[in-house]
Design a protein around this ligand. Structure first.
Ligand code: ZN
Ligand code: ZN
Ligand code: ZN
Length: 762
């Protein structure tokens, strides 16, 4: 018999509100250990005493089978002197300890709770707010920390005696589940018409189902805001939704009843199946099945659907065998932030929705659904929202920094106690509503994290709302160049220190020479960089309008080559073209751009004859969808070196190749493939030249253009084949959603190296 021992164990990470203490309690009991467990600050502290072999078993379970929602950053152990405990207990944490850094994302309903709502004899039968320690709302309902019921929007619902009993019992899976409730004591759904008047009915959820089957559009209040919902098998409902929402083409996300139903409309790999089913329940971009039975109107001109599975009890209650697919799109009017306050929703969505399915609990912070995709063996995040946000990634820096992100796909990041906390996706900061929400989220996060950073990192662009906001905070500011932030973020995500090559392809970002960059080859580290190459500059006319009207972008490119544009856009007004040409000639409202995003827009506009777009990067996305991946051909490209040693990837020969094929009426799928292949091969060729000069072989790929999966996959493949170590964003979006994290990484390194110059952002 081995001798008794006693240990003090401290677990750091996201370990509170995830069922850690009940798990420890049960495991300690199972191994007949004595002692106690309690929350201590943001960690969990355990003292256990017992036979050494039982202790080993306990530690094995702790390390290998912790509760699925816990994220353990580290476990530290020290011997403990006291060994004679009577039993094992869960001790209450002292009320006045400030709990920091433990904001949990919202989690999908678990299997046990689903069983409860499906069981006619269970008191939670068909109850839409059923939850437990393993599932349910968290971040979206928290007002303040510590995470106690009174500090959530559940505070105004007092638990009935049955719920209280569960809450108090360590063996119960609802032990200390803060939002614990039941039909007797919790929130309720009700159905309103578009004038805000209650619809008299026995069951609002059953009634909603009937209305969906009739083809109606319902605004449904969910976890992080309202969704606009209609039957995805009803073409008329979808087209009505498109018209009312003023969203002609942008794909709608679909929610499907079961994984088998998804397989009817999409092909999916094992990893895709796992990803779509996990308890974060993101929207996953999946390839359409060739015999999909759903309308083309859901995701016109692209080869993918954004699909998710139900994630709240309500969602499960909405589906049945005759209602298997729902369009579930963010409840907003084109471009505006998602509605999450009842009054706003009823005002703004009354022209869109026929009915509102609402409930009487407040949403504390707006959160959109997350969007991810699977590339080979990796899950890549495109939009960090529900289930993922706030995201916490370790960043080994003593500095306290708030970084403000960019102007599109805004997000903010708090570097606090060596953890980078990245906010949810906050949309486009073009609208007043979005800017207000952005400020509110900064306020809330700083309170929840108890962070008061002295340093503000922001983009170089003087006109970004976030840049102007940085100035108003009257703190030490550090301006981080846009593409450097993308590179630093990619390095930090992979824990990489040192020098590397950054290949950053995106739409728009202010360069240090005040031109617009976006097809960039950088050399450097997290704190500094040198621009060693880029896509050749073109003079673009018309600022933002060149993005929304890609024909202008195409015209700007062709203008430099004395090529006519009229034949590609036969429907376009000739006078308008003359005006743009004149503006180019006289350099009115013109700027220099090396943006890869714009080059894709130009090629896409010409190839698809797409003069206007109605959502971001629409033409480029449609061009990617056309790629015939069996074609290995490419266009001729040239790379030149200018006097100062900068490598320039020229666009003219590539564009000529495309025009030639267009004139010869070659199939679009082939042109698209050849163009993509050219960019891939040219990128690898540039990287090889840079390696020769700088002797670096770690490459970091980032920027919004890498949302293009074909491009990313083939550039990664090409670089690896040429002997590079390749890194790209996975956890953090490669688009501007990841910019705040990158700014924090860059600013932290700049401070660490003492490279900070006061006032350098002015
Ligand atoms: Zn549950
Ligand atoms: Zn109750
Ligand atoms: Zn960017």
């Amino acid at each position: 018999m081995s001798k008794a021992a006693s240990l003090r164990i401290q677990i750091h990470g996201i370990v509170q509100g995830v069922g850690m203490r009940p798990f420890i309690y049960k495991t300690a009991k199972a191994f007949q250990l004595t002692g106690f467990v309690k929350n201590k600050g943001s960690s969990v502290e355990i003292v256990v005493s017992g036979e050494q072999c039982a202790m080993d078993g306990f530690l094995y379970e702790l390390k290998n089978n912790p509760p699925s929602n816990a994220i353990i950053h580290n476990i530290s152990m020290t011997p403990h002197t006291k060994v004679d405990f009577q039993d094992f207990r869960i001790l209450h944490s002292s009320k006045n300890t400030q709990i920091e850094g433990c904001i949990l994302p919202d989690l999908a309903v678990c299997e046990d709770c689903l069983e409860d709502i499906r069981n006619q004899r269970n008191r939670r039968f068909e109850y839409a707010f059923t939850n437990c320690t393993n599932c349910g709302s968290r971040y979206s309902i928290i007002k303040e920390l510590p995470y106690d019921r009174g500090n959530t929007s559940m505070g105004c619902f007092s638990m009935c005696s049955k719920c209280s009993d569960e809450y108090e019992k360590p063996e119960d899976r609802r032990f200390h589940a803060q939002p614990n409730c039941c039909p007797a004591c919790g929130p309720k759904y009700s159905l309103l018409n578009c004038h805000g008047l209650q619809v008299n009915c026995e069951s609002p959820i059953e009634e909603t189902k009937q209305r969906l089957k009739e083809g109606k559009i319902i605004a449904i209040k969910g976890i992080g805001g309202y969704h606009l919902v209609c039957n995805a098998e009803d073409e008329t409902a979808i087209s009505t939704l498109r018209i009312r929402k003023k969203r002609p083409c942008k794909p709608f996300a679909i929610m499907a009843y079961k994984i088998e139903d998804i397989k009817q409309i999409c092909t999916l790999s094992n990893l895709e199946e796992e990803t779509i089913s996990n308890n974060k329940r993101p929207i996953v971009l999946l390839n359409k099945n060739s015999n999909t039975l759903l309308s083309d109107m859901i995701a016109p001109n692209i080869h993918q659907y954004g699909v998710m599975l139900p994630y709240t009890p309500l969602h499960y209650l909405l589906f049945e065998d005759s209602l298997k697919y729902l369009v579930m799109t963010s409840g907003n009017i084109s471009g505006m932030p998602i509605c999450y306050k009842d009054k706003d929703a009823q005002e703004r969505l009354s022209q869109v929705a026929d009915f509102f399915l609402v409930y009487n609990r407040e949403i504390m912070t707006p959160i959109d659904d997350s969007v991810v995709k699977v590339l080979n063996e990796d899950v890549l995040i495109s939009r960090c929202g529900r289930g993922y946000a706030p995201m916490s990634l370790p960043m080994d820096s003593p500095y306290e920094i708030l970084s403000l992100g960019g102007n599109q796909k805004a997000s903010v990041c708090f570097l606090h106690h060596k953890i980078a906390h990245i906010s949810q996706y906050l949309g486009e900061l073009h609208f007043l509503e979005a800017c207000n929400e952005y400020r509110a989220v900064i306020d809330r996060l700083s309170r929840l994290l108890n962070a008061n950073p002295e340093i503000i990192a922001h983009d170089l662009h003087p006109n970004y709302f976030s840049t102007q906001f940085a100035k108003k905070l009257e703190k030490k500011t550090i301006a981080v160049q846009h593409h450097h932030a993308h590179m630093a973020g990619c390095m930090a995500e992979h824990g990489f220190q040192g020098d590397g090559i950054g290949i950053i392809f995106d739409g728009t970002g202010m360069g240090i020479d005040e031109t617009i960059w976006g097809g960039e080859f950088l050399v450097g580290n997290r704190s500094k960089f040198k621009r060693v190459g880029h896509l050749e500059y073109v003079t673009l006319q018309g600022a933002d309008s060149a993005i929304e009207e890609p024909w202008k972008c195409a015209l700007s490119y062709l203008y430099t080559m004395n090529e006519d544009i009229e034949i590609y856009f036969p429907g376009l007004d000739g006078l308008q073209m003359q005006i743009v040409k004149k503006a180019l000639l006289n350099k009115v409202n013109c700027y220099q751009s090396s943006s890869m995003g714009r080059f894709f827009d130009c090629i896409a506009a010409l190839t698809l004859h797409r003069s206007h777009i109605s959502y971001e990067a629409q033409a480029a996305i449609e061009l990617e969808a056309m790629v015939d991946s069996t074609i290995n051909d490419e266009y001729y490209f040239s790379i030149v070196e200018v006097e100062d040693g900068t490598i320039i990837l020229e666009y003219q020969s590539i564009l000529r190749g495309v025009l030639e094929d267009l004139k010869n009426q070659q199939p679009i799928s082939g042109i698209s493939a050849k163009f993509h292949n050219t960019i891939c091969n040219a990128t690898v060729a540039c990287a090889c030249r840079i390696r020769e000069k700088f002797h670096l072989d770690n490459v970091f790929l980032s920027g919004g253009v890498f949302e293009n999966a074909y491009l990313l996959k083939n550039i990664v493949f090409g670089l690896k084949r040429s002997g590079f170590h390749v890194f790209f964003n996975r956890k953090v979006p490669s688009n501007d959603g990841g910019l705040s994290f990158g700014q924090a990484a860059a600013a932290a390194s700049i401070l660490e190296e003492g490279a900070y110059v006061p006032g350098n952002s002015d």
